[in-house]
Design a protein around this ligand. Sequence first.
Ligand code: HEC
Ligand code: HEC
Length: 248
Amino acid sequence: MSAANRRIAETTIACYDRFARAFWDGTRHHDVSQNYAALLNAIESAPPYSILDLGCGPGRDLIYFRSLGHEAVGLDGSRQFVAMAQAHSGGEVQLFLRLATVFQDRRCLNCHTATDFPRQGDDGHRHIMLVRRGPEDKGAGGLPCGTCHRFSNSQAGVPGADDWHLAPLRMSWEGLTVGEICRSLFDPARGGMTPTALIPHLNTDLVLWAWFPGVDLNGVARRPPPLRHDEFTALAKNWVSMGASCPP
Ligand code: HEC
Ligand code: HEC
């Protein structure tokens, strides 16, 4: 490399190093889904793919490709970017991506809706009998949730647990990306949890119900979330102890 080129390279990398944090904050939310799709569609072999991300920056795309199960390796000239990419695509964020398979499961989303009504089933259809949220998330029009939902599941197909009601709208997860769900948990205006309060919450009745969901009106067993409850809480503990970082 000529001296002039070397100088240009060094200045450029030094600039990225200095503004690494601002670069991450400014680009992590860019919607590049079309670029992802174009790249993945152009690869002809069978997945999972081995992807080399030259100039990986803080690791946004590495996180995404790894979340799909591909083997993504990043290289970058900026030390700051490499450190960030390692943190983002490594440990904690990967842990939350696994936790999110539960948060985004229908057993949870059917109560954590963004709508004026609960949802049901694995297809998330609107709750039957025009049941509505009501002012306190416990039903409206003289039809509180507790009329039908009792302390435990009924043989006839009505699920039950103590104080059965919808999660408040500010805790709705429907339509959110995994990163958005993650940040909403500790956002004072949304969930307002603290990391230490999260773990005990995962052992409360309504959350636990998802692992003992009973049978539906047709007598068919409802499907529990994709991780066992003890795996889920152990992962959550690890994630919290590592600093509870969120995916982009
Ligand atoms: C009139 C009786 C009745 C009322 C009132 C009622 N539900 Fe239900 N709910 C049911 C029945 C019956 C089912 C089971 C439907 C099925 O399995 O097909 C059900 C299922 C559900 C499910 C589905 C669980 C799943 O993952 O599939 C949720 C969530 C739910 N109700 C929430 C509520 C909430 C919250 C309220 C109050 C706002 C409420 N329900 C009010 C009868 C009622
Ligand atoms: C029957 C309805 C219902 C089901 C099913 C349910 N939740 Fe909730 N969830 C609630 C309610 C109600 C709250 C609000 C609790 C409160 O205000 O103390 C809540 C709050 C939460 C919170 C705190 C949210 C925040 O942003 O701080 C978490 C975390 C949570 N639920 C996890 C889950 C998970 C994980 C599942 C599935 C495994 C689940 N919930 C299933 C009703 C439900």
